[in-house]
Structures are given as structure tokens and as C-alpha cells.
Design a protein around this ligand. Structure first.
Ligand code: C2O
Ligand code: CU
Ligand code: CU
Length: 500
């Protein structure tokens, strides 16, 4: 059945694509739904999301965000209905330092209930913005917490159970940068929008009228043939410094990216999801599945353009699956156009402010999770069921096995950790890095050593889930609560429709 289905899909798409000659952004993407034919886009300057303004209210850095519908002009002559925070699509970049207390007033001007989740943040469960913190139309939700984690590129997006993919796909997503004041972070490029560049990558299919196509889903969810980078189609960046730092976020519902330079030079990896590496490390490419981030450094030559590309990926699945998730595609992500004269870069720092990884000996529990077809450990998400109870501040080993034939990843709220083994091979300590979302290829096991937050609240769950958003919506999600250490008698059933 799978074979026949895949073949029919492929042929159908190939036929549909035949009429779209000349105008497509990429070739050879059979398996991914194609946008309506259109002229090749004219490159545009990369949009840089504005830094969100904040005020100080009694020592609390306070932001406001309003989620609302809008209209965007991604394509020449087309008007695209979108959703955004404080702007028609996407959202401003929030920025705060470790140790700061922050508050965000989030107002919902959408026609339906949403939530706002702080992906990667270690914080009390009632502030997490998962499915148990709904914001009804017209309402304002005002979470407040203290930033207690090192410098990292985090992000925020909706998390209403069953509707996350649609809300994110319409445009709701933004970055949340954590600065760490005591570290010499200045050794890295750090001038936002100048040499420290947000790169939020997502993909869409456009209909003939220029709308986002949210009807043609495949087994992975919504996979698109057109990239939007910070909301810009075919973006270019004019660089003025000999080194730039790109903060890459895969904000796609399902598509994965293998980022690399078009000139064959390595990328220099400086950070992953939830923290910096011990030292910058040259790598040929960086694979990011949905929800993952990486900070990379690029050294540039005056006047010599280079393209940040996404290259074909081996996701460990059969070829029909790889084709339909877009893993065979080569895509231009961002053209970089260095000026004729560049401000010089200092030598690469030999070390970065870095928190040593969790000690494997400190792990008190091993938990096993089987990632299946719309389930975890054979169960679909239930808002009233507590699947796991984790002691506050615990270090645990989570063993994630993809028992399915398709790509899945796993994101854990309120936790930061490091992959210690993948695909049957240990990851040596010097190659580990801080993560909150990890890829688990089909029929393999990934072992991740996780450190959980210290805020106990046995009545309010956090989520763990596949970050392919359609899978999450279909039930590939579970709930855990953080309990005070030593407290075992935590209720495993929440009162129906509990909302924090
Ligand atoms: Cu980025 Cu639970 O999500
Ligand atoms: Cu999250
Ligand atoms: Cu999945």
C-alpha cells in the first residue's frame, strides 16, 4: 500500500509540476506539493525582525506581544493572509539576560484561542505557554519568570493542542535571545542585525492567489517548496564585517535543512539549541530538524558572495519518504553579499562561555520512549493524563527509540540536555552540545541526558513531543509534571479540562 501510494503521489506531483516550467524556485522536488506557477522572485534584502521594546516595571523587564491576523507581501503582486505577533507575519525578537526577571503581556486578537510557548526556556509550568495556558480571543496572558539559563537562541510560538501546526504555519513564531552577562560573549559577533543575524527558516506552498496552501498535507504535515527567511522570499544580506554570526532556527512544520556554504568552506558551529559550545568548531554542514537551532560563524571575503544553502539530507528513511519530506532538495536559503571593504574580524575565540554537560553518573532515572505513528509509548496525547513525574532539578537519561519508518524528533519542555549516544554509537564528550530538541532517525535510538528545571508544580504539566507539528497535533505528545524531590504520590489524572 505504501509503495502504491508513494508512486501515485510522485506521479501526481510530477504532472502538476510540468505546467510550472521556468517559475519554480527549485528543481527536483517531486513529492513536495508545488506552489502555483509564478515568475522567479527578485532577490530582496533580508528582513531583520525588530528587537521587541521593553519597559522596566518594578525591576521586571516587561514586553508586550499581540497576536493578530494581517496581510503580507511575500511575492510580487500577491497579498497573503497571515498571522503574526506585532507584525503581519512572524514576531519581534525578545532579548533578555540571565538573572533578569521578565514578564510578557500576550494579547490574543486572533479569531480563536491560542497559547504562547517559550521554546527552550526553563521556567515554572504555569508560565510555559503549553496547551494548558490558553489565551482566549480578546484576552491577555501575562507570564512572569526569572531567566536562569546560559546564553542561547530560543524561540516562541503557539501550542494549542491539535492546532499548533496551523497557528505556526500562518506565521506565529519569533526568537527569544538569552544573553549571559558574565560571559565574554563579545568574543562572538553580537551586533544584532549587523553581524549577529537572525535566520528564521520556514517553508510554504503558495496558491494561485498568493495564499499559504494549508490543505495539501502529506504524512509529515505541511511541506513547502518555497522558503521564507524572516518572512523574506529569495533574501540577500549585505555584510559589512569579515565575520558574521547566523542564528539559525528551523521554524518549519516538517521540513529539515542541512545548512552549508556554497563555496565548500566549513561553517563554524558556536552554539546549538540551548547553549554555546566549549569552543567554536568547524563543521561541513549543520542538520536542523523542526524546532532545532544553531549558531554558526561565517568568515567572508570582501566583495565575494557566498550562499547559505540547504543540501540534500540522509534522514535514514526510505527514498519515497525522504522525497516527500523534501530531504532530496537543494535550496538557496540566504545569499550573502559582502561589501568591498569589510570591518576586520578578531581571531576566532579559542573558548566560549560554556556550561559543562550533565554528569552521566548524576542520572537518577532511565526513561524509555517509543516514538510511533502518532503515539509515544503506544499512547496518543491526553490532556488529562500525566505520563511521567520528574523530581525537580533531576538529571535523567531519556532513551528515545523511533519504532516507525518515518523521521521524528523529540522536544522536551523545561529541560536542557546533551545527546550521549545516537544510532548505537556513543557521542564523545567533546562533540556533545546543549539541546532541547533531538532528531531520532527511523528504527534507531537516541539517548539524551537531560537536566530538568527546579520549579515543582505537580498540578501543571509540561510537554514532550515530536516537533513535526502535524505529528504533535495528531497526538505524538506526552505530559510530565515536575514534583518536589521525594514526593511520589502525584495524581496521574488531571481534572477534566484543567487549565492553569
Ligand atoms: Cu517548540 Cu512544545 O514546542
Ligand atoms: Cu518547547
Ligand atoms: Cu514525528
Amino acid at each position: 500500500m505504501t509503495r502504491a501510494f508513494t508512486r501515485r503521489r510522485f506521479l501526481g506531483t510530477a504532472l502538476a509540476g510540468a505546467g510550472a516550467a521556468g517559475g519554480l524556485l527549485l528543481a527536483g522536488c517531486g513529492g513536495v506539493p508545488a506552489s502555483a506557477p509564478r515568475p522567479a522572485p527578485v532577490p530582496r534584502p533580508l528582513t531583520i525582525p525588530p528587537l521587541a521594546p521593553s519597559t522596566r516595571e518594578g525591576g521586571v523587564r516587561t514586553f508586550t506581544l499581540t497576536a493578530a491576523p494581517g496581510r503580507s507581501a511575500f511575492l510580487a503582486g500577491a497579498d497573503t493572509p497571515t498571522w503574526g505577533y506585532d507584525q503581519p507575519f512572524g514576531g519581534p525578537t525578545l532579548r533578555a539576560a540571565r538573572g533578569e526577571r521578565v514578564r510578557v503581556h500576550v494579547t490574543n486578537r486572533l479569531p480563536e484561542t491560542t497559547t504562547t510557548h517559550w521554546h527552550g526556556m526553563v521556567l515554572p509550568a504555569a508560565m510555559d505557554g503549553g496547551p494548558h495556558q490558553p489565551i482566549r480571543p480578546g484576552a491577555t496572558w501575562s507570564p512572569e519568570w526569572t531567566i536562569e539559563q546560559p546564553a542561547a537562541t530560543l524561540w516562541y510560538h503557539p501550542h494549542p493542542h491539535g492546532h499548533t501546526e496551523r497557528h505556526v504555519h500562518r506565521g506565529l513564531a519569533g526568537l527569544f535571545l538569552v544573553d549571559d552577562e558574565d560571559g565574554p560573549a563579545t568574543a562572538l559577533p553580537h551586533r544584532y542585525g549587523v553581524d549577529d543575524i537572525p535566520v528564521v527558516v520556514t517553508d510554504r506552498v503558495f496558491t494561485a492567489t498568493g495564499a499559504f496552501d494549508e490543505t495539501r498535507r502529506n504524512a509529515h504535515g505541511l511541506v513547502g517548496d518555497t522558503l521564507l527567511v524572516n518572512g523574506t522570499v529569495a533574501p540577500y544580506l549585505t555584510a559589512t564585517t569579515a565575520r558574521i554570526r547566523l542564528r539559525l532556527l528551523n521554524a518549519s512544520p516538517a521540513r529539515c535543512y542541512r545548512f552549508a556554504r556554497s563555496d565548500g568552506r566549513p561553517l563554524v558551529l558556536a552554539g546549538t539549541d540551548s547553549g554555546l559550545l566549549a569552543a567554536p568548531r568547524p563543521v561541513p554542514d549543520v542538520l536542523l530538524t523542526p524546532g532545532e537551532r544553531a549558531e554558526v560563524l561565517l568568515d567572508l571575503d570582501p566583495g565575494r558572495p557566498v550562499v547559505l544553502r540547504s543540501l540534500p539530507q540522509d534522514l535514514g528513511a526510505v527514498s519515497g519518504t525522504e522525497r516527500s519530506i523534501g530531504a532530496l532538495d537543494t535550496l538557496d536559503v540566504l545569499q550573502i553579499r559582502p561589501a568591498a571593504v569589510l570591518a576586520p574580524a578578531p581571531p576566532l575565540p579559542g573558548a566560549l562561555p560554556h556550561e559543562p554537560g550533565p554528569d552521566p553518573a548524576a542520572a537518577t532515572t532511565v526513561r524509555r520512549f517509543a516514538l510511533g505513528n502518532d503515539t509515544i509509548n503506544g499512547k496518543a496525547m491526553d490532556m488529562t493524563r500525566i505520563d511521567e513525574v520528574v523530581p525537580a532539578g533531576a538529571t535523567e537519561l531519556w532513551e528515545l527509540t523511533n519504532v516507525h519508518s518515518r523521521p521524528h524528533n523529540l522536544h522536551v519542555h523545561d529541560a536542557r540536555g546533551q545527546v550521549v549516544a545516537a544510532g548505537g554509537h556513543p557521542v564523545p564528550p567533546e562533540l556533545r552540545s546543549w539541546k532541547d530538541t533531538v532528531y531520532v532517525p527511523p528504527r534507531t535510538t537516541t539517548r539524551v541526558l537531560l537536566r530538568f528545571g527546579r520549579h515543582a508544580d505537580p498540578g501543571t504539566p509540561y510537554m514532550y513531543h515530536c516537533h513535526l507539528l502535524y505529528h504533535e497535533d495528531q497526538g505524538m505528545m506526552g505530559q510530565f509534571v515536575v514534583a518536589p524531590p521525594g514526593v511520589a504520590d502525584v495524581p496521574r489524572v488531571l481534572a477534566g479540562g484543567h487549565h492553569g
